[in-house]
Design a protein around this ligand. Sequence first.
Ligand code: ADP
Ligand code: F6P
Length: 322
Amino acid sequence: MAKELQTIDVLTSGGDAPGMNAAIRAVVRTAIARGLKVKGIRKGYMGLLNEEFIDMEVRSVSEIIQKGGTILGTARCNEFKTKEGQQKGAEICRNHGIDGIVVIGGDGSYRGAQALSRLGINTIGLPGTIDLDIACTDYTIGFDTAVNTAMQAIDKVKDTSSSHERCSIIEVMGRNAGYIALWCGVANGAEDILIPEKYDFNEQSIINNIIANRRRGKTHHIIINAEGIGHSTSMARRIEAATGIETRATILGHMQRGGNPTCKDRYYASIMGAYAVDILLKGKTNRVVGRQHGRFVDFDIEEALNMHKDINEYEWEVAHLL
Ligand code: ADP
Ligand code: F6P
């Protein structure tokens, strides 16, 4: 029979995302309500290898639900990608009496969780990334806040761009995924949306579009460029040279990852945090939590990592139509 859970830990790994604190809070409070002891691990897998544990009480997570970032800190840890690092991590868990870990992060962090579960440590992953690039879920913790932050920033750039009758290329985050760019492209009424999943590197068609719009009397031309395409500054120089229209690049950068989480990020991250504890208590391990078709669900990590997600063709068509 599986060993009864007594102590679980929670860590955040990879890029931070607004809403991670809500998830940490929910893990801690649900675990305590269910009679478990709970610890936080500082700075992701690096903190695990350095044995940076903090005892967590109900009050340890007071006043954090509204805060951006992660109170536990996060890190990228190459040592944990090695067999030796993973074995050391599992050994540390055993020495500290850790029966389960909730890992909040993206695909990379899930691979670390999978390695730990293969070494006998119960693990559950929660989707924490602003990029929305986790295939098994329609929702990731932080995307809603990041996309709203980016949208508001783009509105501001658009004001000044229109006043000066400029063309603006605004670069948004997303690593290799174009979700932030697509959503902002629609929400900000951008003239062009460039995403890695669809971009054909045909700059001439963008140039033609800018010239045609200017002839029709448009005072601005907003291009949302995804980080996965990048090169916004050199693109701006080429577009200005080809069109004769003053063109500026704005790279929004890390401001998209910070700030107070939206209600949606606080709510979903809270439910997911509780869900992770409850499935650990049901004896599940090596699972990731997601949201699909309006429900919270969980998948085997291997299965989740093998899933593939694409930009929806209809949404992409509508983005152009508008
Ligand atoms: P994300 O979790 O947001 O995808 P990363 O890809 O940077 O971010 O991964 C976060 C951390 O997860 C890495 O720094 C590393 O510690 C761990 N990790 C990533 N890939 C693996 C892997 N293949 N095996 C074990 N751990 C991994
Ligand atoms: O995964 C979140 C993310 O913000 C990506 O959008 C971006 O590519 C990356 O992290 C940036 O990472 P760093 O903070 O290490 O520069």
